[in-house]
Design a protein. Structure first.
Length: 186
């Protein structure tokens, strides 16, 4: 399959998956996002031959110093990473792709997790691509917490995936338009 067609198909799949309520389909978002952004020959890099600038609008934690931060066991943006579903829709940042992947979205027992960490965790530990019952040290905290804590029936990492998927698709719209303009539909 041509990489441009694969890029467009994966975008369509992510769109379908972010609307799902089924846990297995939400989990699959992680694998699709890994292929889009994190693989060595990721589809965004391969398809972006015209160097289209990508911008991702994301919710973020308050810049104010929380005097109780050292006592917080769990802190997550959850759906708040998506400004369109955030309780503070006017409180967002516009990031490039690298900053989006490095955007802080969750803290567990003082360890910070970023967009790319949640994508990798769901892909390599939780089962979107691979299931690993003994995850690497960088994912142990997230794995342990995910097994003990759920939000709306979803683990901590998975509860955020739909919002990451929505933010990703909106940020990819200029590239999707560029690829569609030069790659005719079959």
């Amino acid at each position: 399959m041509h990489p441009d067609a694969l890029f467009l198909e994966r975008c369509a799949q992510i769109q379908m998956l972010v609307e799902s309520k089924r846990q297995i389909e939400i989990l699959d978002i992680g694998g699709r996002l890994r292929q889009m952004f994190l693989d060595p020959h990721n589809l965004v890099a391969v398809s972006n031959i015209n160097k289209v600038k990508l911008r991702f609008e994301v919710g973020h934690f308050s810049d104010e110093r929380d005097p109780f931060a050292e006592f917080v066991v769990f802190l997550s943006l959850l759906d708040g990473i998506d400004p369109y579903t955030s309780p503070h829709p006017d409180h967002f940042l516009t990031l490039n792709l690298d900053d989006f992947m490095g955007h802080h979205i969750m803290s567990i027992s003082g360890k910070r997790f970023h967009v790319k960490d949640v994508i990798r965790f769901t892909s390599h530990v939780a089962g979107s691509i691979h299931y690993d019952p003994t995850p690497r040290p960088e994912y142990e905290v997230l794995d342990k917490f995910s097994k003990q804590f759920s939000i709306g029936g979803l683990s901590a990492g998975m509860a955020t995936l739909r919002a990451i998927g929505r933010v990703s698709l909106r940020g990819l719209q200029p590239l999707i338009a560029d690829v569609k303009a030069r790659y005719p539909a079959p």
